[in-house]
Design a protein around this ligand. Structure first.
Ligand SMILES: Nc1ncnc2c1ncn2[C@@H]1O[C@H](COP(=O)(O)OP(=O)(O)O)[C@@H](O)[C@H]1O
Ligand SMILES: Cc1ncc(C[n+]2csc(CCOP(=O)(O)OP(=O)(O)O)c2C)c(N)n1
Ligand SMILES: [Mg+2]
Ligand SMILES: [Mg+2]
Ligand SMILES: [Mg+2]
Length: 319
């Protein structure tokens, strides 16, 4: 394998997005747009974000693109394009690298997303960086700063599953619904359908759950200068989640991260319509708390009526 044979092997033969003018093969890609464009980048490093002990190359690709698409969804955007930058150690075979791209392609094709570029270099450790772009109707991007007092706080799906799956893979332990938890970790599905469906709602604050809601709820509270209260019993978890210890349940649902679900706030008036859109888009959704005016932005967690401050506690790099 060399750089150029590798690029030829992963280059798409056809593109889906009508706005694309130039894809892979020149100095840069070109597309033309009339709507607002949302763009995001995330980097994934072997043994920090993924490990070959717990994932096949296909899962690595799928999951990395899912994380980026999840950020697009959290902005209310429709995925359209992605670019992939690869830093590759010599020991990696072309066939395994192609499998990573097959994983990305599997998810991308669900959204007619096109791979339009990237970069390839050699390095000591496998690092993959994806830049993703999507469209959002003019002035309809969903910000963390959009929460207001008296909003309700909601979450999609179930939380803590991805972390449970990771622990099951690392410990090799047997448990109920083992395959389900492992799949939630390896093949997460970002909530694009709900996020796009919400475009008719005037104001929604959204953040996607990559680090754990203790972090993401604080990000909304800080950006909106409000106080968020989360009711612990209302945090949605899977049916068999209670098989894990009390400490694990608490830690994983609040700080496990990588569920790529959405955390959001919306006015009480619009909440019934949000629930209808959730049904139409097949998205489990649940109210988990409410927003109040704040002297200092903060997040409170209420457990059996007792309230305490919820600090950021997800995954933090460089700490
Ligand atoms: N090294 C960097 N240079 C410039 N901007 C950055 C860098 N790292 C993060 N950001 C920006 O900081 C913000 C928060 O990033 P991050 O915590 O990664 O968000 P998320 O959890 O949604 O992926 C984003 O606007 C991101 O683009
Ligand atoms: C091998 C392995 N170790 C640990 C984890 C857990 N983990 C790694 S990064 C991360 C948080 C999200 O990563 P980050 O780079 O902060 O993404 P962002 O917030 O930018 O979306 C978690 C929970 C994992 N998925 N795999
Ligand atoms: Mg990021
Ligand atoms: Mg995010
Ligand atoms: Mg992070």
């Amino acid at each position: 394998m060399d750089e150029f044979s590798f690029i030829n092997a992963i280059k798409p033969n056809t593109y889906n997005q009508p706005a694309l003018i130039k894809g892979i093969g020149d100095d840069a890609a070109v597309f033309r747009s009339t709507s607002d464009i949302v763009t995001t980048v995330d980097t994934f490093v072997e043994d920090i974000h993924f490990s070959l002990e717990t994932m096949a190359p296909f899962h690595i690709g799928y999951r990395i693109l899912a994380a980026n698409i999840s950020d697009l969804a959290a902005m209310g955007a429709e995925p359209a394009f992605y670019l992939v930058s690869m830093c590759i150690p010599k020991k990696w075979k072309q066939s395994a690298l192609e499998e990573i791209y097959q994983g990305m392609h599997e998810l991308a094709s669900m959204y007619q997303m096109d791979l339009i570029g990237g970069d390839t270099v050699s390095s000591e450790r496998l690092m993959i960086s994806i830049t993703a772009m999507g469209y959002v109707p003019e002035n309809k991007a969903r910000y963390r700063s959009h929460a207001e007092p008296n909003d309700i706080v909601f979450a999609t799906g179930t939380l803590g599953d991805s972390r449970a799956g990771l622990e099951i893979l690392l410990q090799g332990q047997e448990c109920k619904d083992k395959d389900y938890y492992i799949e939630r970790h390896r093949l997460p599905n970002p909530r694009v359908a709900l996020a796009s469906g919400l475009c008719e709602i005037d104001r929604v604050a959204l953040n996607d759950i990559s680090d754990g809601i203790s972090s993401e709820a604080n990000e909304i509270a800080e950006a909106s200068n409000v106080e968020l209260t989360i009711i612990e019993e209302k945090i949605p978890v899977s049916n068999s989640f209670q098989q894990f210890s009390k400490e694990q349940q608490y830690d994983w649902k609040l700080s496990g991260g990588e569920d790529f679900e959405l955390l959001g706030t919306v006015s009480e008036v619009h909440w019934p319509r949000v629930q209808e859109i959730a049904v139409q888009t097949d998205t489990p959704i649940q109210q988990i708390g409410y927003v109040r005016e704040a002297e200092e932005p903060c997040v409170l967690i209420q457990t059996h009526g007792e309230t305490k401050k919820l600090m950021k506690s997800g995954y933090t790099h460089l700490k």
